[in-house]
Design a protein around this ligand. Structure first.
Ligand SMILES: Cc1cc2nc3c(=O)[nH]c(=O)nc-3n(C[C@H](O)[C@H](O)[C@H](O)COP(=O)(O)O)c2cc1C
Length: 177
């Protein structure tokens, strides 16, 4: 796949994964892609923990309700440090979002599937905090997203995107040119 094919092939996958382990070498490549992302004032506020030990995955699934990606053989947990980049400006959300998209694209390039699971674990029940506790994450880091990684059992059919013309223009807002 060329770069633009990878971008368009990436879709959120919420189905079952094949019972095939993801080699550490691939997981490391995916994490390295995440860490290569830009960050505000180069503060590099994003850190990652990849869980591929079945007993640790089981512990995570025990606290995530309703369950998600229970069959994924690996899960990358995204941590952030909400520190100021300059003055009172914190770019931690932008930093980890850039890292996540890089990882999703790397996952796609390597033939795996995933889904950006953030809403589910940062909602009022704060599942991310429970996962963080299991993984011994210190209090000054927040676990904001999990990315399952594995080989999909089926190809996802993503929701339709609005047309280019509805969302992007040249020169002026809704410019017709
Ligand atoms: C900030 C953010 C949070 C998300 N949280 C979740 C989530 O908790 N659970 C989930 O199934 N998908 C989640 N998604 C995935 C979106 O639902 C998905 O990207 C969107 O429906 C578009 O589909 P696509 O990824 O196939 O293009 C999240 C995406 C983003 C960017």
């Amino acid at each position: 796949m060329n770069f633009f094919e990878v971008i368009n092939k990436r879709r959120s996958y919420r189905g079952k994964y094949q019972a095939v382990k993801v080699p550490r070498e691939d997981l490391k490549k995916i994490m390295e892609a995440g860490l290569a992302a830009p960050s505000g004032c180069n503060k590099q506020t994003t850190s990652l923990i990849c869980v591929d030990a079945p007993e640790v995955l089981d512990k995570i699934h025990a606290v995530v309700t309703p369950p998600v990606a229970e069959t994924a053989p690996a899960m990358i947990c995204v941590l952030t440090q909400r520190i100021a980049a300059y003055r009172d400006k914190c770019f931690a959300t932008q930093d980890y979002s850039a890292a996540i998209e890089n990882m999703l694209l790397a996952i796609t390039e390597l033939g795996y599937h995933s889904c950006w699971i953030e809403g589910h674990i940062t909602d009022d029940d704060r599942l991310g905090d429970k996962i963080a506790k299991l993984l011994n994450v210190p209090d000054d880091y927040e676990l904001v997203c999990i990315l399952p990684v594995g080989i999909a059992e089926s190809e996802p059919a993503g929701p339709e995107k609005k047309s280019f013309e509805e969302r992007a223009w040249f020169n002026t807002f809704r410019g017709a040119e």
